[in-house]
Structure formats: structure tokens, C-alpha cells
Write a protein of this length. Structure first.
Length: 281
């Protein structure tokens, strides 16, 4: 996988260089194809699987425009988190482009529910996430976290949180050609007795990883979202249903008055270059 600079306002685009004519797929809600255990996108029969951790790294680092070149269908799993993606982005550095950054600010509450699971976003002045998971495991129980998102918070508190899986689910993932590179080195593996492969990076690493997934899925909108997300037992399905609901309201703005819109587009003025990024020690 290679990451290449892209022009302003081009967004995140994946290119399959292993296929004839190197077809591209834009990371957009309309291109979502599968959200079972992971988020995948596709266009004209071409797919890219498991994009959420890389997308979370782009969201957390504020990387708006990038061309992702892949020589296969699945984004590398790395260590099961976004930490190595973040480190590579920091080492390469980010270049400020001479175009204002556009945000999507939620003006009214939006809710998506599915039986005992739910996710909603309510108006606020910055991106905040409150996430609760109740795990069907006697040693895990319920975990909750709340974050006021910034680049520093993402790098310090979220990026290194690994994906997790239960031993009983591994064969299903393999049958679906997902996580084929998965091992004890790139996921938190949970059996009946608890975690089977070492210590957790945070006591509540599992629910923190859900926040990472959420940030990656939200970034399919192509712009940072401003609002408070409250999720309970959600996952990729509800994340992407919320994304599609936000996109639906954006599409309505094309035919209705912006004064009545639920989502407000606003652009931050161009800023002077800030301090250079540093790779964490």
C-alpha cells in the first residue's frame, strides 16, 4: 500500500494498481458495499475491504486529500489499530493546501436505532463521542468512554487501540475472506477465560477501538463532522447508516432551502502554518 498526495478537494480515493487500468474508488457513502465486521467500498465491480482503520487515521490526523494505492483487495491489517498508519503519516509530514477546510455541522438531532442498539448525533461546537458497549462475555461486561476529539487526543488515546475478536468468530471471518492476515499479533483475541494474547493497551481498549471505527466510518462523508455522537452497542452497520442519513440531508439541500437544512456546511478560513508534526517517541 502507498499513500500519495492528492489535489485539494479530491478527498480520499483508493486505486487498485493490481487490476487492469488501475480503477479508482472514492471513499464516499454511495460506494459502501459491505459493513459486516468491517467497512468495504466498491464501484463498477471493484472492491476495497477493511478501510476503517486507515480512514480513522486520516480523520484523526486531519488528512483531507490522499490517493491510496493498493495491490490487493484488503487494506493491510498492520497491528489491528491505526497507530502504524499514524506514525507513517507523521514521518511523511502533511502539506497545507491553499483551500479552506469545509466542515459538516449538525444543527438537529439525528437518530438511528436497531433493536437494542442505537447511535445519534446532536448539535455541539466540536466533535465529541460518547460510546458504550455491553459485551456478551462475563469478564468484559459494559465499557463506556467519552472523548472531546482533537488530533492530540486521537494519537494519544485512540489510535493504538486494536481490533478484537472472539475465538468463536474467527472461522466466520475467514469464510468471508476478511482478516486473512489476522493473527495473535494484530488483534485482541478473546476466549472463554478472557484475553488470550497478552495485556490490553488500555483497560477499556475494546470500546476505544469502537470509537476508532466510528471515526473512520464518519470520514466517508469526506469532511470533518461537528457534533456529539452518542452510541450504544453500535458497530459498522449503525455507523454507516448514520453516515447515510447525514448524506441524505446533504442531498436534500440541493433541492431545498439551506435555511431549513439539518446539516450546515461551513468553511474555516485559511490559517498560517502551525508547528510541524512530531513522531511520538
Amino acid at each position: 500500500m502507498s499513500l500519495r498526495p492528492a489535489p485539494a478537494n479530491s478527498g480520499v480515493v483508493f486505486r487498485r494498481i493490481d487490476l487492469r487500468d488501475a480503477p479508482t474508488i472514492e471513499a464516499q457513502p454511495a460506494n459502501i458495499t459491505d459493513v459486516h465486521h468491517a467497512t468495504s467500498i466498491g464501484k463498477n465491480g471493484v472492491k476495497v475491504r477493511t478501510i476503517e482503520h486507515l480512514m480513522a487515521a486520516f480523520a484523526g490526523m486531519g488528512l483531507d486529500n490522499v490517493l491510496v494505492e493498493l495491490d490487493g483487495e484488503e487494506v493491510p491489517v498492520m497491528d489491528g489499530s491505526a497507530a502504524l498508519f499514524v506514525e507513517l503519516i507523521m514521518r511523511a509530514g502533511l502539506r497545507r493546501q491553499m483551500a479552506p477546510r469545509t466542515y459538516l455541522k449538525v444543527k438537529e438531532r439525528l437518530v438511528v436505532e436497531d433493536e437494542r442498539r442505537s447511535i445519534q448525533i446532536v448539535p455541539s461546537e466540536r466533535l465529541q463521542v460518547i460510546y458504550t458497549m455491553r459485551f456478551d462475555h462475563p469478564l468484559l461486561g459494559e465499557q463506556s468512554v467519552a472523548f472531546d476529539l482533537s488530533r492530540e487526543t486521537f494519537v494519544r488515546e485512540i489510535a493504538s487501540c486494536r481490533t478484537y475478536g472472539f475465538v468463536k468468530d474467527v472461522e466466520e471471518l475467514r469464510r468471508r475472506n476478511l482478516a486473512l492476515g489476522g493473527s495473535f499479533d494484530n488483534a485482541v483475541v478473546i476466549g472463554e477465560a478472557g484475553v488470550l494474547n497478552g495485556d490490553l493497551r488500555f483497560r477499556d481498549e475494546l470500546v476505544r477501538h469502537k470509537v476508532l471505527d466510528l471515526l473512520g466510518d464518519l470520514y466517508l462523508l469526506g469532511r470533518p463532522v461537528v457534533g456529539t455522537v452518542i452510541a450504544h452497542n453500535a458497530g459498522h452497520l449503525l455507523h454507516t447508516r448514520l453516515v447515510q442519513e447525514i448524506q441524505r440531508h446533504l442531498d436534500l439541500q440541493q433541492v431545498a432551502s439551506a435555511r431549513n437544512s439539518v446539516i450546515e456546511r461551513w468553511a474555516r478560513p485559511l490559517l498560517q502554518p502551525g508547528r510541524p508534526l512530531k513522531v511520538p517517541s
